[in-house]
Ligand binder design. Structure first.
Ligand code: AMP
Ligand code: ZN
Ligand code: FE
Ligand code: FE
Length: 287
């Protein structure tokens, strides 16, 4: 009998490429992860699985195990919630319809924001297209890069703190499903849904919402993330312990777009094994 292929740590399960708002193509992201000493990686672009094939090839040829993933946009009232999902079926009809809708809305929204910004600054839609790879999920980071190229701001951080801030005059919200619907569809697509950076600046999710998400199939929390705050992280760790949930740690690498570096947080082998055992929509790719 053939023994099951096994992964090895260290594992970083939250990386972005130019298929969404990372600055490097998937193969370069995998090379950066490999240079950082990682042995198991997941590509988790926003609302798309477009980068999987290139990333899987690059990762495995470097001797790393590749776990297919995505970071799905959701929203509860004013608050944006990101759901990491591992091992989803990329062809699931309902999930595809949802991600198509989110990406279409992101495009409309980026155009609206560009129009608004263009009234006060020297910025046009072409500037944003120039910063966006073909078919990529568009986001505010691409607008930020266009503002940098135009010399309006120094970097993405400055753009987000000012012109692109949700509190500013130029902000337009994107369509995103409510988190319970999002978790339900991800679970139905065979995925393992985990709340990304759940203890960030916005504070903890309200308890009834969290319970509803758990009932819908939420599998755990990304507790190791530089944006998480200590107090809120401790309280989520208690919830995870009580309910035996999965907890992960990852970098949220965006290439040059953020200071986050591959491997700055990692996920334990035991937790990676639980994700691999729970996901049924797609398969990890072994070297
Ligand atoms: P959007 O999805 O278009 O609303 O943009 C949110 C994305 O921008 C997130 O995925 C973040 O990774 C990225 N982002 C948020 N704040 C910053 C920042 N200060 N610097 C760089 N990227 C950021
Ligand atoms: Zn991002
Ligand atoms: Fe996120
Ligand atoms: Fe992310």
């Amino acid at each position: 009998m053939q023994s099951r292929p096994r992964f090895e740590g260290p594992s970083d399960l939250h990386l972005h490429s130019s298929a969404s708002d990372g600055t490097e193509p998937p193969a370069e992201v995998m090379a950066a992860a490999h240079r950082a000493g990682l042995r198991t990686v997941a590509l988790t672009d926003h609302d798309t699985t477009q980068g999987w094939a290139e990333a899987a090839d690059a990762a495995t040829s470097l001797g790393m195990t590749f776990i297919p993933g995505m970071e799905l946009s959701a929203r509860h009232q004013w608050r944006s919630i990101h759901l990491l999902a591992y091992l989803i079926d990329p062809d699931d009809v309902e999930l595809r319809a949802l991600t198509d809708r989110i990406r279409a809305s992101r495009l409309d929204r980026a155009r609206l924001m560009a129009d608004r910004i263009g009234e006060d600054y020297d910025l046009g839609w072409d500037d944003i297209l120039e910063q966006t790879s073909d078919g990529a999920t568009v986001g505010r980071p691409h607008i930020a890069d266009a503002l940098v190229a135009r010399g309006v701001v120094r970097d993405r951080t400055e753009a987000f703190a000012g012109i692109l801030s949700p509190q500013g005059d130029y902000y337009v919200a994107l369509y995103a499903p409510d988190p319970v619907t999002a978790v339900t569809l991800l679970s139905r697509a065979g995925g393992v849904p985990i709340i990304a950076h759940p203890a960030g600046r916005a504070g903890l999710l309200p308890d009834p919402l969290l319970s509803d998400m758990l009932a819908a199939g939420l599998a755990g929390f990304e507790l190791g993330h530089r944006e998480n705050r200590a107090g809120a992280t401790r309280s989520l760790r208690r919830v995870a312990d009580e309910r035996d949930l999965i907890v992960t740690g990852s970098s949220d690498y965006h290439g040059l777009g953020k200071p986050n570096q591959p491997g700055e947080n990692t996920t334990s082998d035991a937790m990676v094994a639980r994700i691999l055992a729970a996901g049924t929509g797609s398969a990890p790719v072994y070297p």
